[in-house]
Design a protein around this ligand. Structure first.
Ligand SMILES: [Cu+2]
Length: 419
């Protein structure tokens, strides 16, 4: 076979292959959903902020309706040393949504209004509340989120919320400190569009004036042939240039004075760190646990956690739940969830204990807790075993006979088992 025939044949095969790939990708067009929250490293989700007792006040709202996301979070003591922590870096309570589909109108930590960044203490628990106002219709995944400077956004559990209605009806009215009522969705938009458009046209006029003259090559040739540079600009060109310059300065100065006269009182956007937040007051822990060993069994998608539990309280206690990265494994004989928690993050019967009998006050017992669910793989938490520092973190919840839930953090090395 000649070389050209060979090249032609290879070309035809390549074209056919390309057509197949293009065709296949055209057929496979899954709907994009959520935020890729599972792509955030497992260690980051398991060993930073633990969100619990979460409630999304609604699954379905209308444009302009308000909803709240409330609950508590624990700042994990075994925070990864590779990640900036909120004890020293400013942290900002946020909500993880795909763009401004809701507006965050209020947020609180421990009852304190937190429109700005705060500092949090490792090992402490905090209550929080975020008030949202529905803006853009659609079905959106609403996550809790903590932004930590130099660490980035740390995402919590997400729940689907439907917004109905039309965005044109959206109104966000606030009263300014000088007593005016403004819809901040629309305030100043005429000025923004007007000025952007005006300066765009102004720039176009400047370019158009020069573009009408012979541009680069004729001028280059003229300079090369010895025409003095001064001759390239006529007296009219100089006058037009001065005219544009004066117009730009005069328009800027006049509009600046006019804006100042219309809005005599302005204060800058407030930034900076509010300070260290007040945690939930904690007395001496009634339930203490020590980790003996934790293993992840790859074929069974289950984590075995062997712990020594010491009951220093006055009531018998039982393991009710284990939580990590927002995934909740419940002990069905002790605790049932009635909060309408996102189902993909809930294993209502995912937790078993080798000895489930209550641990009496003053007693200490070694128990093995098994947490089994496909969520270990689906939520990509099992990836932690492939980390150079394979550790896990989570919260144990113990229920006592008075109905009280004790929250006890746990963390340590996670060993894989492949058989
Ligand atoms: Cu999401």
């Amino acid at each position: 076979m000649s070389k050209t025939a060979m090249t032609k044949r290879v070309g035809r095969w390549a074209a056919a292959g390309l057509a197949m790939v293009v065709g296949a990708t055209g057929l496979y067009a899954p709907e994009a959903s959520a935020h890729g929250e599972k792509s955030q490293q497992a260690f980051l989700r398991m060993r930073t902020i633990h969100w619990y007792d979460l409630r999304w006040s609604a699954d379905k709202v209308k444009v302009n309706d308000k909803m709240t996301v409330t609950g508590k979070f624990h700042v994990f003591k075994g925070w990864p040393e590779t990640t900036a922590n909120p004890q020293y870096s400013p942290a900002f309570l946020n909500i993880g949504i795909p763009g401004p589909v809701f507006t965050r109108v209020e947020s609180y930590i421990g009852g304190q209004f937190v429109p700005r960044s705060v500092n949090l203490t490792l090992g402490e628990n905090y209550t929080f509340k975020v008030v949202l106002q529905a803006r853009r219709p659609g079905r959106w995944h609403v996550h809790t989120m903590m932004n930590v400077e130099a660490a980035g956004p740390i995402i919590g559990p997400g729940k689907w919320v439907q917004i109905e209605g039309t965005m044109a009806d959206y109104k966000h009215e606030v009263q300014t400190l000088t007593g005016r009522t403004e819809d901040i969705e629309k305030v100043g938009t005429a000025g923004i569009y007007g000025w952007s458009f005006f300066w765009f046209l102004f720039g176009c006029a400047w370019i158009a004036y020069w573009a009408m003259k012979p541009l680069f090559i004729p001028r280059y040739l003229a300079v090369r042939d010895g025409v003095p540079e001064e001759d390239l600009c006529s007296a009219t060109d100089v006058k037009v240039g001065i005219g544009f310059l004066c117009a730009a300065i005069v328009i800027t100065a006049l509009s600046y004075w006019s804006a100042n006269a219309s809005y005599p009182v302005t204060i800058p956007l407030q930034a900076g760190v509010i300070g260290v937040m007040d945690p939930i007051p904690a007395g001496a822990p009634a339930v203490e646990i020590g980790l003996e060993q934790a293993t992840y069994r790859v074929p069974g998608r289950s984590v075995n956690i062997k712990i020594r539990v010491t009951n220093r309280g006055v009531n018998p206690v039982q393991v009710a739940e284990f939580e990590t990265a927002g995934v909740r494994f419940l002990n069905p004989t002790v605790y049932k969830d009635d909060t309408n928690y996102p189902p993909q993050l809930l294993a209502p019967e995912g937790l078993t204990v080798d000895d489930n009998s209550p641990i009496l006050p003053g007693h200490s017992r070694v128990i093995t807790v098994t947490c089994t669910d496909a969520a270990w793989e689906n939520e990509r938490l099992a990836d932690a075993i492939y980390d150079p520092d394979a550790r896990f973190g989570g919260l144990f919840f113990f229920s006592d006979t008075s109905g009280f839930r004790h929250v006890v953090p746990i963390g340590g090395p996670l060993l894989p088992r492949f058989t």
